[in-house]
Design a protein around this ligand. Structure first.
Ligand code: ADP
Ligand code: MG
Length: 384
């Protein structure tokens, strides 16, 4: 994405040059799925795909929002009128950020914003967090709020949960705000402590592919709520605040306590083993053995498919085909029921692997998936 071009369009729209241009990336979660609302561990890294914002301050209480990716001219709002639930369109995301910042006591008198993005929307790669974080970072800089990345992420999550009305954990916004190039981010979603873990695959002759099924099965939103409620029920049955508090070493005893409550047993087993997989991936990467994470990713897929039950035929087909074609590991990523899978592979195997996946989709009469390479990229930043 050319920051020069985004600045030029801003100038055409609003009649003067922007004060600055910022970028925030989409993300992929390497491991740690459906752990974030259980106070557990996640491990996302940032994509090269970014949402770019050209922004100038205003002092008159007006917020103007425009996106290259949505038809129509700028939308004009008054910052005083911003209220949760009042907006069901895309502008709720950036307006929600302004609302959350103001509600936290930061004086923001208004802004002109123009956005353009290369993050695929609705593919489970978090275009919504990229949009929120880029706006938050721009306002943080322009109004000299001095907030650190993790705090901007919190405010963006609040914007999405309360203003937009979408229940999401803290992972996406923290990833977009805090990731570093060549690293994955080990994040404890309970206390928000984080550690940058070396994850430079190209250096080691490996690649990580994202395979976007381009499908989203219709029932997926309701299923997210059901899994979340099911995990809360499991925690209550076990007498803990969150499933994060069940140590891996005590999993068998916990499952025994759940008796013949099959649903609770499955959900608890996924969350507790998934937290353990994140810790295993961290220690393998820190000890310089990135190839060895492949089987852990594949185990994670089996757990999401069999215990958490949020995979779908397209995602299973990608994983099975990739493994049969020599991948080191593969798993679905994101909310499930569509969206994307990730495949870890030797560089030399990538062309054959990609062909095998495309052929398997064609043979099953499915829409061809979009395959691209995910290079661990920098988090949100100012471009000019
Ligand atoms: P994901 O975050 O997985 O891409 P979401 O449903 O959480 O999917 O967020 C997608 C929504 O975010 C879009 O429907 C749109 O409202 C908003 N959005 C994301 N990127 C842009 C953009 N560049 N311009 C306008 N709206 C955007
Ligand atoms: Mg999203």
């Amino acid at each position: 994405m050319e920051s020069q071009h985004v600045a030029e369009v801003f100038t055409q729209l609003y009649g003067s040059e922007p004060e600055g241009v910022w970028a925030a990336p989409g993300r992929v979660n390497l491991i740690g799925e459906h752990t974030d609302y259980n106070d557990g561990f996640v491990m996302p890294f940032a994509l090269p795909h970014v949402t770019v914002a050209a922004v100038s301050r205003r002092e008159d209480g007006v917020l103007r929002l425009h996106s290259q990716d949505v038809p129509g001219g700028p939308v004009e709002l008054r910052v005083e009128d911003l209220a949760p639930g009042s907006d069901r369109t895309w502008t709720a995301y950036p307006a929600g950020v302004v609302w959350a910042l103001r509600e936290a006591g930061h004086a923001l008198a208004g802004a002109d914003v123009h956005l353009a993005s290369t993050v695929p929307s609705g593919a489970g790669l978090s275009s919504s967090a990229a949009l929120e974080v880029v706006v938050a970072l721009a306002l943080n800089d322009l109004f000299e709020l001095g907030l650190p990345g993790w705090q901007l992420a919190r405010l963006c999550q609040r914007a999405e949960n309360v203003y937009v009305g979408a229940p999401t954990g803290i992972m996406d916004q923290t990833a977009s705000a805090c990731c570093e190039s060549g690293h994955a981010l080990f994040l404890d979603t309970r206390d928000l402590s984080q550690r940058q873990i070396p994850f430079d695959l190209a250096d080691r002759g490996m690649r990580l592919l994202v395979v976007d099924t381009q499908v989203k099965h219709a029932h997926s939103d309701g299923e997210y709520g059901k899994r979340r409620a099911g995990c809360e029920r499991g925690a209550a049955l076990l007498g803990v605040d969150a499933l994060r508090d069940v140590p891996y070493a005590e999993l068998d005893a916990a499952l025994e306590r759940l008796g013949d409550d099959e649903e609770a047993r499955r959900l608890v087993r996924h969350v507790v083993t998934e937290d353990e997989r994140v810790e295993r991936v961290v220690s393998l990467l820190e000890s310089g053995d990135p190839r060895a994470i492949g089987p852990v990713l594949t185990e994670g897929h089996a757990s999401l498919r069999d215990d958490f039950r949020i995979s779908c035929p397209e995602l299973d087909l990608i994983v099975e085909t990739a493994l049969a074609a020599g991948a080191l590991g593969a798993r679905m990523t994101g909310g499930g029921f569509g969206g994307s899978a990730i495949v870890l592979a030797e560089e030399a195997d990538v062309p054959a692997l990609t062909k095998a996946i495309e052929a398997a989709f064609a043979a099953a009469d499915l829409t061809p998936p979009r395959v691209f390479e995910a290079v661990p990229s920098p988090g949100a930043r100012r471009l000019r």
